[in-house]
Design a protein around this ligand. Structure first.
Ligand SMILES: Cc1ncc(C[n+]2csc(CCOP(=O)(O)OP(=O)(O)O)c2C)c(N)n1
Ligand SMILES: [Mg+2]
Length: 342
């Protein structure tokens, strides 16, 4: 097993998160996990097709960052996008229906698993091409700054969170966009979810400097590494970065050290990664970790957390029912949504 990069434990004080926020974050992580487990079930039952990439294990990154943002802020994702969409507020019904290719899906059944999109929730999309979302997110951050500074729109203080993987951080767009974002002090968080693998390519074998956050320094940008299995640590780092971005002080590169608990996609038998490596990371399950913290700090009881689990289970069952009963897209509408309509 490759030597794991382990950060000192983040010691969250009770005041680090309120009971209310703690429960919001817990519910969001449980929503992500339960949704993905249901996807696996539906995929193997033949209800969805094509490549489906699940997010199990990485929930602390999505919830820690997006729940530290405002609902009118922007989020851009990758092909591993279901949970980012859910954290951004896209209803589970619309995400599930999209995965079933139904007309009620958030992309009207045209996108599927890798192309979730919601203008209403400022979700700038899932992207099948590695690193494809980075320039789009950079553009979103630019337009907010332009509206505010060039057009004098005081309300344009939105921040963009741009999620991508360790593999994507070796692509050209990453470097080009970091340069522009730093140069123009754009309000953006570049969030690298370093889960150690790009399909079957180990991160340490693919990059000359495995500590991705250090790449920020050459652009004179703030770069931080964070334990991506600790939602409170991720949230603390994200809150600082969001405040900096909103104050006009520019971008941050956040490297969250995390791990996917399943194969690359549901078509991957996941035989490459060692048992020892998987066990090391399974023991750091971010949901169990937050649950233990909330109970330990008397912010919630085990019974309250179980009630949330049951509520989410029912919500996911409802999403599946909705997706099953929804209509297929109408073939007569084939050319609809290709171009903007008046
Ligand atoms: C431009 C491009 N090149 C190659 C691929 C094939 N591909 C799909 S996922 C992937 C690995 C990306 O890994 P990473 O960025 O670490 O994200 P993760 O899957 O770990 O979330 C590759 C190479 C692609 N989709 N797009
Ligand atoms: Mg990866």
């Amino acid at each position: 097993m490759v030597q794991e990069r382990v950060l000192p434990a983040f010691s969250a004080s009770p005041s680090q998160i309120s009971r209310e926020d703690g429960l919001v974050v817990y519910e969001d992580m449980v929503l992500g996990r339960t949704f993905e487990d249901k996807c696996a079930e539906m995929y193997y039952r033949g209800k969805m097709f094509g490549f489906v990439h699940l997010y199990n294990g990485q929930e602390a990154v999505s919830s820690g960052v997006i729940k530290a943002m405002r609902s009118d802020d922007y989020v851009s994702s990758t092909y591993r996008d279901h949970v980012h969409a859910l954290s951004a507020g896209v209803p589970a019904r619309e995400v599930m229906a999209e995965l079933f290719g139904k007309a009620t899906g958030c992309s009207k059944g045209r996108g599927g698993s890798m192309h979730l999109f919601s203008a209403e929730h400022n979700l700038l999309g899932g992207y099948a091409f590695v690193a494809e979302g980075i320039p789009v997110a950079t553009g979103a951050a630019f337009q907010a700054k332009y509206r505010r500074e060039a057009l004098g729109d005081e309300s344009a203080d939105q921040v963009t969170a741009c999620f991508f993987g360790d593999g994507a951080s070796n692509n050209g767009q990453f470097f080009e966009c970091l340069n522009m974002a730093a140069l123009w002090k754009l309000p953006i968080l570049f969030v690298v979810e370093n889960n150690k693998w790009a399909i079957g390519m180990a991160h340490d074998r693919a990059t000359s400097q495995p500590e991705i956050y250090k790449k920020a320094s050459v652009f004179d940008m703030v770069g931080v590494e964070v334990d991506g299995m600790d939602v409170l640590a991720v949230r603390a780092v994200a809150q600082e970065a969001v405040a900096r971005a909103r104050a006009g002080e520019g971008p941050t590169l956040i490297e969250a050290l995390t791990y996917r608990f399943r194969g690359h996609s549901l078509a991957d038998p996941d035989e490459l990664r060692s048992k020892a490596e998987k066990e090391f990371w399974f023991a750091r399950d971010p949901i169990k970790r937050l649950a233990a913290h909330l109970i330990e700090q008397n912010l919630a009881t085990a019974e309250e957390l179980k009630a949330i689990d049951r509520k989410i289970q029912a919500l996911i069952e409802d999403a599946v029912q909705f997706a099953l009963e929804s209509p297929e897209p109408n073939p007569a509408d084939l050319y609809k949504y290709v171009f903007a309509e008046d």
